[in-house]
Ligand binder design. Structure first.
Ligand SMILES: Nc1ncnc2c1ncn2[C@@H]1O[C@H](COP(=O)(O)OP(=O)(O)O)[C@@H](O)[C@H]1O
Ligand SMILES: [Mg+2]
Length: 599
């Protein structure tokens, strides 16, 4: 066995793997250096999601020609000098390895000048080698250009995701830094387009507004607390806005972004019972602690931190968020929304009986059970009709599966009752069949969506009067990323500018009420931003399930018995008419015995 010391460029390249995982890592390091250098104006220029160019220009302190070369050495830093300094980090950087890592896996040019120098210098590095230094005219500050990232690490290059995904990561890093320094002006340009132009902001609230749109600040409340261990300030959203701000969960400690599933729980706990299941409130929470009591060093990319007293911080966060929410009047009651209650009939029974209507056919394969919903219909029913043919057969074949429940043919429509728009009641030979409308719709939508996703089919669409929704840049990119999926599911969603989308159509079965579109968009964001990659194989069904639940929850109550009758027919054509994809009962039979017991 030959043991040897690796050449420094190879060692740097290996170490770079820790620091530079993707283009956004470079953006983060360069942005943080610019902030550490005292800049008040920082511009980020990106080409091809960072594959070909990442450039960060600042007006900070700049470097001397010697420093401009030295800064690319591993462990070259001006930010700490002694081991004690490690306990008291006040800058973003301190490891002195970012630039060395970047220069190991890309071609880097640095142009820089200090205030006191009359002329600047340009330094070039590639493959960890210093290639050239020349004198150049340069404004005060530093200008780093990082070209052809991973040009010498093909494996890494292959590992990169689509431009949309990579650029989304860049926007995230940009946002995290911009949220810590409202007083610094930041610009982000991608492929020649201004994505963000953030002026120096008077306060954090203005910065949040500039970054994330008016919606983000309309519905926030102030949080403030000060204890001996931690000081907390910032904003959290009102509970009723919780679903509306996907991706806007930010913790900062001493001016640095960090992730903490543990402290996230503290915030979620403060919202307990005030927000719907699955909704996530947005928050911007800034902690200040004694630098000695926090270790920002536990993770190479430094988004996780370790607090000496994290349980105390948990309690403080929980208490102050709870307190902030307590000042609001009346939270919303999401109650036991999903617990079905079988209708109980009394003397009022007659009131609920709809006008008897007798349709001339018992079912119609071209029927769309969602037709009764408000809004225009595009008339593109072709795909629905196709489905009709197959489910007709399915109905006959599957009846046995449901056993006693469905031995009979559906009894005449005149006897079908709708209770509160939520339940359908149909007499059967030995009892009354109860159908949960929302769940039935969920099952039907689920099977249509699953077919569209797995067999690349298409769900037909209902056109809307186009509605614009400002979602913020990162979220807009999320829509771009899933454009194909959304269109096959029947959504017509187009980009509009950097941070806005236009919704022009929704899947048949979704509410066409323009007032609901914004909520729908926020719900879509919740679904799309979930990390589905963690569920291989489950992906399609879990997506279909989420979309189905979304569509079914927005539907209006049933009103006409014909609609009711047809909903039942369509339901029976499903693979499984008894349970929702989530396993909840759609059907129930109140049999003669049970009726008997009531008297
Ligand atoms: N934009 C900049 N302006 C001025 N000096 C910089 C800039 N970027 C980097 N430097 C200098 O280069 C050094 C090395 O940077 P880096 O490799 O990111 O390590 P660290 O930030 O951990 O010190 C910094 O400590 C700083 O002195
Ligand atoms: Mg640094």
């Amino acid at each position: 066995m030959d043991i040897r010391i690796l050449p420094s460029n190879i060692a740097n390249m290996i170490a770079a793997g820790e620091v530079v995982q993707r283009p956004s890592s470079v953006v983060k390091e360069l942005l943080e250096n610019a902030v550490d250098a005292g800049a008040d104006q920082v511009t980020v220029v990106i080409a091809d999601a960072g594959r070909t160019l990442i450039q960060v220009i600042d007006n900070g302190c700049g470097m001397s020609p010697d420093e401009a070369v030295l800064c690319f050495e591993r462990h070259a830093t001006s930010k700490i000098a002694t081991a004690e300094d490690l306990e008291d980090i006040r800058t973003f950087g301190f490891r002195g390895e970012a630039l060395a890592s970047i220069a190991a896996v890309a071609e880097v040019t640095l142009k820089t000048r200090r205030e006191e120098d009359s002329v600047g210098c340009q330094v070039e590095f590639a493959d960890s080698r210093h290639l050239a230094t020349v004198e150049v005219a340069a404004p005060k500050g530093s200008n780093f250009s990082v070209r052809n990232l991973f040009y010498n690490v093909p494996a890494r290059r292959k590992f990169l995701k689509s431009d949309n995904v990579e650029f989304k990561h860049i926007v995230e890093e940009f946002t995290r830094v911009a949220l810590t320094r409202p007083e610094i002006a930041f610009t982000l340009i991608h492929n020649g387009r201004d994505i963000y132009v953030l002026k120096a902001a008077k306060s954090l609230k203005f910065r949040i507004q500039d970054l994330l749109g008016n919606n983000a600040v309309d519905k926030v409340v102030d949080v403030a607390a000060e204890t001996s261990v931690v000081k907390v300030s910032g904003y959290v959203c009102r509970p009723d806005a919780a679903r509306k701000t996907v991706g806007s969960q930010f913790f900062f400690v001493n001016g640095r972004y960090f992730r903490s599933p543990y402290l996230h729980k503290a915030v979620m706990k403060a919202y307990e019972d005030q927000i719907a299941d699955g909704a996530v409130p947005s928050y911007f929470l800034y902690l200040t602690v004694d630098p000695h009591s926090v270790d920002v060093n536990i993770h190479p990319t430094k988004t996780e931190v370790k607090f000496a007293e994290d349980n105390v911080i948990f309690q403080v966060l929980y208490a102050c968020v709870r307190e902030a929410l307590g000042h609001l009047d009346g939270g919303i009651d999401f109650g036991a929304a999903d617990v079905p209650e079988l209708p109980v009939f009394g003397k009022e029974y007659e009131r609920y009986r709809p006008e008897p209507v007798m349709p001339d056919v018992s079912f119609d394969p071209t029927y769309n059970p969602f037709e009764g919903m408000p809004g225009p219909s595009s008339g593109k029913e072709a795909s629905w009709q196709d489905d009709g043919a197959s489910w007709r057969g399915g109905y006959v074949d599957k009846r046995e599966d449901y056993g006693k429940l469905f031995e009979e043919k559906t009894v005449p429509t005149a006897a079908t009752l709708i209770f509160q728009g939520k339940y359908i009641l149909t007499p059967k030979q030995d009892g009354i069949l109860l159908v949960h409308v929302r769940r039935a719709r969920e099952r039907i939508l689920y099977e249509r969506f699953l077919a569209a996703i797995t067999r690349s089919g298409h769900v037909s669409q209902s056109a809307l009067f186009p509605v614009q929704v400002q979602v913020g840049t990162a979220n807009r990119l999320l829509f771009d990323e899933h454009a194909q999926l959304l269109s096959s599911l029947g959504f017509d969603i187009r980009p509009f500018g950097n941070d806005t989308i236009v919704v022009g159509g929704v899947p048949d079965g979704f509410s066409c009420d323009p007032d609901r579109v914004e909520t729908l968009v926020q719900d879509l964001l919740l679904i799309l931003s979930d990390d589905h990659t963690s569920l291989p194989g489950m992906l399609e069904s879990s997506l279909a399930e989420k979309f189905a639940r979304l569509g079914a929850s927005g539907g209006p109550g049933l009103t006409s018995p014909i609609e009711a009758q047809r909903l039942i027919e369509t339901l029976f054509g499903c693979e499984n008419a008894e349970y929702t994809p989530g396993g909840r009962k759609i059907l129930s039979l109140l049999d003669a015995d049970e009726l008997e017991k009531k008297f």
